[in-house]
Structure formats: structure tokens, C-alpha cells
Write a protein that binds this ligand. Structure first.
Ligand code: ZN
Length: 319
């Protein structure tokens, strides 16, 4: 298929390769589907993804299509677009010098060109963590203006990510080496500053944590929204793509993204229906049927007041 692991400069024996692949599989199996539940536990800001302090965690670069790579491990998935004039990178791994160095080592196995642009899909440190290292290395780091605003109060156990050095409102386009990357803020979703990055020539989208495998994590304290989330997916589906790099987990097809949207529509309409018929807030989560969509909405990401209260409030406004 289109996933081809790239090993440059080193010849691995079959046994070594097997060990490496096995190790990588263990790393990915241990990675939480949402980049860590961490904070956002009802104590206000700091939501989302608080993993990633200390020792570097296994990273692996994989070719998705010629000129496009994904780096898994050590936080959210990172995308790398190689152009003749340099690289465009989406997301920067867990905060920490070792994670940044490992990421750059992975990238250098496929290109020695400099990273010219970095897009941060959202505020959580498993995506935004190494903003400063890229800026110090000379890259322009771009994020939605919502991401920058959320950083003012965002904290994580791993530390505080740096601000992007460029922000945008609804859309911005990166042009480099004859290649375009369109960066969209379609709506609030996982946070209030989510970016979706579209590479039209390759028909690839990097979705950040707004489009993931598995149950969503709505970071209300950092501007997230359940009601707006399906709008982001609908707008993404209007793009002409066949491959999507989610914030975490395996590469998705457009059909996978369509199925994800259907689950979201189902969840929001059922939840809104419960609110409309007067289900009290403390009974809401248990009242939403989700067994057929496979999402557990009763876990710690849903129950604290900082998550449940705004969820109930925005559902109350659904017509
Ligand atoms: Zn996140």
C-alpha cells in the first residue's frame, strides 16, 4: 500500500528490523488515542494533552506518498512535506529538546533541506511543544490566532509552549518550492484554534486532533466545541483529498473521515435531543446512546464541570 517505511544510510538485518518494528508497535500501542488525558480535569485551563516530559519516546518516519512523510511517536503525528526549496512541517511533538532533536533526526533521513514553515494544529503541547526550537532554527511557525490566544493561559506538565511567530484568522496559504499548503480554521472543534492543513497537489490533509481515530476529546477550557465540531469535518470533506493524517493514530481515508462525521452528527443530535426533552445535566452523559458508534462519553474527558457544563450549555442552544 502507500505506507512505506524509509530507512536511509543504515542497513538493518531482518532480525534488527523486526525488533525495530516490534518496538515501534509497542510505542504506538501505548500511546493514548488522544495524546494524553492529562489536564483539563475540571480545574480550568491546561486541557488536553499533557504527556511528554523527560526521555525521548520512539519516533519513526514513514513515507505516505512521494514527497510526503509522517513521523509517529513522542506526541501527535507530525507531517513533513518536502519541496525543492525546503520543508513544510505540521506539528512538533511533545515539548522537550530530546523530542525535537529526535524529530529532526528522523526528518534528516529523508531530506537535508531546512524546515522553512511549521504549522501548529492546536495549542496542546504534544503538537505545539517544540515551537520555540523551530523558531530558533529559523522556521516560520504558523498557527491560528485562537491558538495564540489560548497559549496565554495554557499550561501543561511538560511546560509552556512558545507562541507562533505568525498567526492567521480563517485561511492562509504557504507557497514553497512550487508547492502549496492551505491552512484553514474552519470552526472551533477540539480547541478554539484548530488548523486543518491541505496539500492539494498530493490530496493529503493533516487534521490535527480535530480529526482522529477514536473518540474525540473536546477541550472546552481551551475553546473547544462539540456543536461546531461537525462543521469542521464537513468543511474538510469538501476538500479533494484521499489521505488524512490524523492528530493521533493510523492514516485515514476520506471514507474514514466521512464515517467520523456521521458519528459526530449522531452524537450531537442525540445529546441535543436529551437536553431538549429536559434530561438534567447530571444525567445527560449516561442518557446518550453511544454503543453503536463506539464512543465512551462517560470518561474523565467528559464528566468534570469544566467539560460537562459548557457541553450542556451549547447543546441547549441547538435548534
Ligand atoms: Zn490535542
Amino acid at each position: 500500500m502507500f505506507r512505506k517505511t524509509v530507512f536511509h544510510k543504515t542497513v538493518f538485518t531482518a532480525a534488527a528490523l523486526t525488533a525495530i518494528v516490534a518496538a515501534a508497535m509497542i510505542v504506538s500501542a501505548q500511546a493514548p488515542p488522544e495524546g494524553g488525558k492529562g489536564k483539563g480535569d475540571g480545574k480550568g485551563k491546561g486541557g488536553g494533552d499533557a504527556k511528554g516530559k523527560g526521555a525521548p519516546q520512539g519516533q519513526m518516519i514513514t513515507q505516505i506518498k512521494p514527497g510526503f512523510y509522517e513521523v509517529t511517536g513522542a506526541g501527535g503525528n507530525t507531517s513533513v512535506r518536502v519541496t525543492k526549496d525546503g520543508l513544510i512541517v505540521v506539528d512538533t511533538k511533545n515539548l522537550g529538546e530530546a523530542n525535537y532533536n529526535d524529530l529532526m533526526a528522523q526528518i534528516k533521513t529523508v531530506s537535508n533541506l531546512p524546515v522553512k514553515y511549521v504549522v501548529i494544529t492546536h495549542v496542546h503541547q504534544d503538537h505545539s511543544g517544540n515551537t520555540k526550537s523551530f523558531e530558533d532554527a529559523g522556521a516560520k511557525v504558523i498557527a491560528n490566532e485562537g491558538e495564540k490566544a489560548e497559549l496565554a493561559t495554557y499550561t501543561s506538565a511538560a511546560g509552556k509552549p512558545a507562541e507562533p511567530n505568525l498567526t492567521y484568522g480563517k485561511k492562509t496559504t504557504i507557497k514553497l518550492g512550487g508547492v502549496k499548503a492551505e491552512v484553514y480554521h474552519f470552526s472551533r472543534a477540539h480547541t478554539g484554534g484548530d488548523s486543518v492543513v491541505y496539500f492539494p497537489d498530493l490530496k493529503i490533509v493533516a487534521g490535527g486532533d480535530a480529526i482522529v481515530n477514536g473518540a474525540p476529546n473536546i477541550d472546552f477550557p481551551n475553546g473547544g466545541s462539540a456543536v461546531e465540531w461537525p462543521k469542521l469535518i464537513a468543511s474538510t470533506l469538501k476538500l479533494d483529498f484521499d489521505t488524512l493524517i490524523p492528530g493521533h493514530g493510523n492514516v485515514m481515508t476520506k471514507a474514514d473521515v466521512q464515517a467520523y462525521k456521521t458519528k459526530w452528527d449522531t452524537l450531537v443530535s442525540r445529546a441535543a435531543e436529551q437536553v431538549k426533552k429536559g434530561t438534567p445535566k447530571d444525567k445527560l452523559l449516561a442518557s446518550i446512546k453511544t454503543d453503536d458508534i463506539g464512543w465512551n462519553v462517560t470518561g474523565p474527558q467528559w464528566t468534570p464541570p469544566a467539560r460537562l457544563d459548557p457541553f450542556y450549555a451549547e447543546l441547549s442552544k441547538v435548534k
